[in-house]
Design a protein around this ligand. Structure first.
Ligand code: C5P
Length: 399
C-alpha cells in the first residue's frame, strides 16, 4: 500500500526521536520513498547519519547548505509528498503548526505541503494535557491534520501517563489507513450538523445529571461525512474523543446549550444527524452553592428540556434529518413514532437488548427505519455503521 509513495518524515526535538529510526525503516520496508526533515534540536536526539542511512537520502535541516549555498526547497518538497508525517511531534512544533510560525525548514515544509499531514505527539503527560496543547491539537484536527494519539505509559521523566509516542508499527498502520482512504468527495457541496455525546445538567456547582453516551457513534458519522467532502459542524457534549479530521467542533454542556448551537447551525445546514443523548429533564433551578446534606430525604424538581430533533424537524424545508433511538422495549413502534413526531427521514434504532450495541463500545447493531420499512444490520464497528448511514443520506440526496 505504501509502495512508491513519497513520505516526508519530520522529526522534532523529543526523546522519542529514537523511535523515528525504526519508523523510517518500517516505511522504507513497506516500499515508501522517505525524505527526512529534522528540526535543529532533533539532531541532538538522533544523528542525521542514522536517519540518512535508513532513509537512503541526505537529511534536510537548514534552509540552505552553508558550504555551497544550495537551497533546500521546502516548496518542491511539499509538492513532492503524498504524505507528511511528523513523528515525534513536540508541543512546541504543534503550537507552531497551529499558529503558522515558519522558523525552520520543517515548518516551512509543513506550510507548503499539499498532502495529508499526520502528527504523532510525544511529550510529558502534563504538557500533553495542558489546555494550550489540547487546543492546538483540536485546531490542527479541524484543519484536517490526522492526530496519531499518544499512549498511556511510562515517560522519559519517570512519570506515568498519556504522552508516549505511539509505537512505530502502530504509526505505520495508521499511515496505511490514511493512504487507503481515497474516498470520493461526493458530499463536497453539502453542510451537515451532527450532535453527539451526553449533555450535562447542573444540579449545583458540584453535581450534575448525565448519561453513559460516549459520543463514538456521532464522531464516527462526523468523520465519515467529512471524509466524503462535506462541511461538518459537530455539536458535542463532554467526551474524551479527539476531533475527527476536517470537522468543526462546537463544545456544549447542557441540553439548552446544545439546542441553541444546533438551531444556529441549522440555518445554514443541508441536513442534521441527531446522535446526541440529550437529557430529557433538567433541574428547575440550579443552586448557586453546593447543596448541604441533611438527615431528610431530598427531591430535585425537574422540567422538560427542548427536543432539538423535533425543533429542527419543524423547520425542515426539504432538508435531511436523521434521528437515533435507544430503546429497551417496544423498539420498532417507538422508533416509528419518532419518525413521525420529529419529522425525520430515518431513525437508527439500537436496542440495549443486543450485545455489543449502544453506549460505550466500538460496535453497534442497528435497524434503520424509514417510511418504506425497516432494515436490520448485523453487529459491526461504529465506523461501518457510520458509512451505512452516510450512504443512506447520499441516496436520499440523489432521489
Ligand atoms: O425522544 P428520544 O429522546 O427517544 O429521541 C431520540 C432522538 O432525538 C435522538 O436522535 C436524539 O439525538 C434526539 N433528541 C434531541 N433532543 C432531545 C431529545 C432527543 O435532539 N431533547
Amino acid at each position: 500500500m505504501l509502495k512508491g509513495k513519497h513520505i516526508i518524515l519530520g522529526i522534532t526535538g523529543s526523546i522519542a526521536a529514537y523511535k523515528a529510526a525504526m519508523l523510517c525503516r518500517l516505511l522504507v520496508k513497506e516500499g515508501a520513498e522517505v525524505r527526512v526533515v529534522m528540526t535543529p534540536l532533533a539532531k541532538q536526539f538522533i544523528t542525521p547519519l542514522t536517519m540518512a542511512t535508513l532513509s537512503k537520502h541526505p537529511i534536510l535541516v537548514e534552509f540552505f547548505n552553508p558550504e555551497n549555498g544550495e537551497w533546500n526547497s521546502h516548496v518542491s518538497l511539499g509538492e513532492w509528498a503524498d504524505m507528511m508525517l511528523i513523528a515525534p511531534a513536540t508541543a512546541n512544533t504543534l503550537a507552531k503548526m497551529a499558529t503558522g510560525i515558519a522558523d525552520n525548514l520543517l515548518m516551512t515544509t509543513y506550510l507548503s505541503a499539499r498532502a495529508q499531514v499526520a502528527v504523532a505527539p510525544a511529550m510529558d503527560l502534563d504538557m500533553y494535557a495542558h489546555v494550550t496543547t489540547q487546543q492546538n491539537l483540536r485546531t490542527l484536527a479541524e484543519r484536517g491534520v490526522a492526530i496519531i494519539e499518544p499512549q498511556d505509559g511510562e515517560l522519559a521523566s519517570g512519570l506515568v501517563g498519556k504522552g508516549r509516542m505511539a509505537e512505530p508499527e502502530e504509526i505505520v498502520e495508521q499511515i496505511k489507513g490514511l493512504m487507503a482512504k481515497k474516498v470520493d468527495k461526493t458530499l463536497s457541496s453539502k453542510r451537515y450538523i451532527v450532535t453527539a455525546g451526553a449533555t450535562i445538567e447542573a444540579i449545583d456547582p458540584v453535581r450534575f445529571i448525565t448519561n453513559h453516551s460516549s459520543g463514538k457513534m456521532g464522531y464516527a458519522i462526523a468523520e465519515e461525512l467529512a471524509l466524503r467532502g462535506a462541511e461538518v459542524t459537530l455539536i458535542t457534549g463532554r467526551t474524551t474523543l479527539a476531533t475527527p479530521r476536517g470537522v468543526k467542533r462546537v463544545d456544549v454542556v447542557s441540553a439548552e446549550d446544545m439546542y441553541n448551537a444546533a438551531v444556529e447551525a441549522w440555518r445554514e445546514a443541508d441536513g442534521g444527524i441527531m446522535c446526541a443523548a440529550v437529557a430529557d429533564y433538567t433541574p428547575v433551578a440550579v443552586a448557586d452553592h453546593k447543596l448541604k446534606k441533611s438527615d431528610d430525604d431530598m427531591r430535585i424538581e425537574l422540567k422538560r428540556t427542548k427536543d432539538i430533533a423535533k425543533e429542527l424537524g419543524a423547520s425542515k424545508e426539504g432538508r435531511i434529518l436523521v434521528g437515533f433511538a435507544l430503546e429497551t422495549d417496544n423498539e420498532a413502534a417507538n422508533a416509528e413514532d419518532k419518525l413521525q413526531r420529529k419529522n425525520l427521514d430515518f431513525v437508527v434504532l439500537n436496542s440495549l437488548r443486543d450485545k455489543g450495541a449502544g453506549f460505550q463500545g466500538d460496535t453497534n447493531k442497528v435497524t434503520i427505519i424509514d417510511r418504506q420499512g425497516s432494515t436490520e444490520h448485523p453487529l459491526m464497528s461504529k465506523r461501518e455503521v457510520a458509512s451505512i448511514i452516510v450512504d443512506k443520506i447520499e441516496s436520499i440526496n440523489n432521489r
